[in-house]
Design a protein around this ligand. Structure first.
Ligand SMILES: NC(=O)c1ccc[n+]([C@@H]2O[C@H](COP(=O)([O-])OP(=O)(O)OC[C@H]3O[C@@H](n4cnc5c(N)ncnc54)[C@H](O)[C@@H]3O)[C@@H](O)[C@H]2O)c1
Length: 416
């Protein structure tokens, strides 16, 4: 009988005598042990192999881990007009980007264009999700290692907000709270927030500085102002780096012609002036409806500050680079120059070569007469100023994309 219980202290015979009896116990014990190890390793290898074969097995995604030298930005609303342009710029600048969008207003076609341009693993991922669903948002934050958030996602039409205010408070204010809570819970410490000049309302004194009191006059502006307040209140007890950018009226598109503005046809009636001008120039609509000709402005039509989307996304990158922990930066993003609706239509006619029929109508509720920015703060602090300030040229670039995308992202066939 082999004695495996032999006390270890017992003296060993010299190796040359180890031929039989109890002295064979050690090597045999080792062999058994090795066999067990080999068996266990084999079992582990088999389990790994089977797991890998299983459809649910996923190797860790590059989006789920932090990588030295790579900044991972969550772009909410990245399938939309401004968010897609921001994503393009971030990817060109070597950022890693995750887009979260519910496609309620954006275009999956824009995401596809971006994915085709940047197909390498770990550059761009798209997550179809609604920011109103806190559980889903929390899961997204727990599965991805974000360094910063650019929060663009929102419904964003002044006219629609007067008709359906609750939608605006829910989508803008409540969803910003969801995003902020997820950021706080998952230690994501940099936020660039898309706000608007609509938060100022109709100030008497122009131009608008960041010190101009905010008295929004429509639910869209009020919902954005509430979001700003929530962010700033939260920030009082947090070390988050926050930049709030208050955009003026955004126009134009990517000069390389890869992206454009393609709002849903059903939103046409609430749409922005550039889309309405292009629709009229293409003959999709009979003409342009200009609401309000009795404002106290030089030609009676509203005055706005039109900022090119390429300049706007540049402001975001500068904001991201300059965001400091424990600091909230608030900046107007505009050109500093106001143009009337009549001037805009003239520039659009020149850019498109079409004659646009204009129908003048009474004022639209919730609109204000004159709005333009004082952009000195952003120039002095972030070294940013608008470069694409020729209205006609910005519209020409946008028109080029419109002409070759008659159905928006639905079709890329040239139509004119
Ligand atoms: N376009 C302008 O002139 C302008 C001016 C000032 C501020 N802004 C702000 O800029 C941001 C972007 O505006 P835009 O013009 O690109 O609008 P857009 O409609 O083109 O894009 C918004 C995107 O957000 C997505 N989205 C909306 N609700 C969502 C939700 N609950 N969950 C997930 N995704 C959701 C939409 O599907 C869409 O892709 C908005 O916050 C808007 O308020 C725009």
């Amino acid at each position: 009988m082999l004695n495996f219980n032999k006390p270890r202290s017992q003296p060993r015979p010299p190796r040359s005598y180890a031929l039989g009896g109890v002295d064979h116990a050690e090597p045999i014990k080792k062999k058994g042990f090795v066999r067990k190890i080999v068996f266990a390793l084999g079992l582990v290898a088999l389990c790994i192999f089977m797991l890998k074969q299983s459809p649910t097995f996923k190797s860790p995604s590059p989006f789920s881990r932090r990588e030295t030298g790579v900044t991972h930005v969550l772009v909410t609303g990245g399938a939309g007009y401004i968010g897609s342009h921001a994503t393009l710029r971030l990817l060109k600048d070597s950022f890693r980007v995750t887009i979260v969008d519910n496609l309620s207003r954006g275009n999956i076609g824009a995401v596809k264009v971006l994915q085709d341009l940047f197909p390498e693993p770990g550059r761009l991922q798209f997550i179809y999700a609604d920011l109103g669903d806190a559980k889903v948002v929390n899961k997204i934050f727990s599965e991805n290692a974000f360094d910063a958030v650019m929060h663009f996602a929102a419904v964003a039409y002044v006219g629609e907000s007067t008709l359906d205010p609750l939608k605006y408070y829910h989508n803008i204010t409540s969803n910003t709270l969801v995003v902020l809570e997820a950021m706080a819970a998952h230690n994501v410490n940099t936020l660039i927030y898309s706000s608007t000049c609509a938060t100022y309302g109709e100030p008497e004194k122009m131009p608008i500085t960041e010190e101009t009191p905010q008295h929004p006059i429509n639910p869209y502006g009020k919902a954005k102002k509430m979001s700003e307040d929530i962010i700033q209140d939260f920030h009082k007890n947090s070390d988050m780096a926050v930049m709030i950018l208050r955009y003026f009226n955004v126009i134009g598109s990517d000069p390389d012609g890869t992206l454009g503005e393609a709002p849903r046809p059903e939103l046409r009636e609430h749409g922005r002036i550039s889309g309405a001008c292009f629709d009229a120039a293409r003959g999709i609509t009979k003409g342009l409806k200009v609401r309000g000709t009795d404002y106290k402005t030089s030609d009676g039509t509203c005055i706005r500050d039109y900022i090119d989307v390429t300049d706007l996304v540049d402001a975001h990158v500068k904001a991201l680079e300059n965001a400091k922990p424990g600091h909230v930066g608030i900046y107007n993003v505009g050109t500093g120059k106001g143009r009337s609706v009549k001037e805009f239509v003239e520039a659009c006619e020149k850019a498109t070569g079409a004659s646009i029929k204009v129908e003048y109508l009474p004022r639209r509720p919730g609109d204000y007469a004159e709005v333009f920015s004082d952009p000195s703060k952003i120039r002095l602090e972030l070294n940013w100023s608008a470069q694409f300030t020729d209205l006609e040229k910005s519209l020409q670039v946008a028109w080029k994309w419109q002409k070759s995308h008659h159905n928006g992202y639905g079709s890329t066939e040239a139509s004119i």
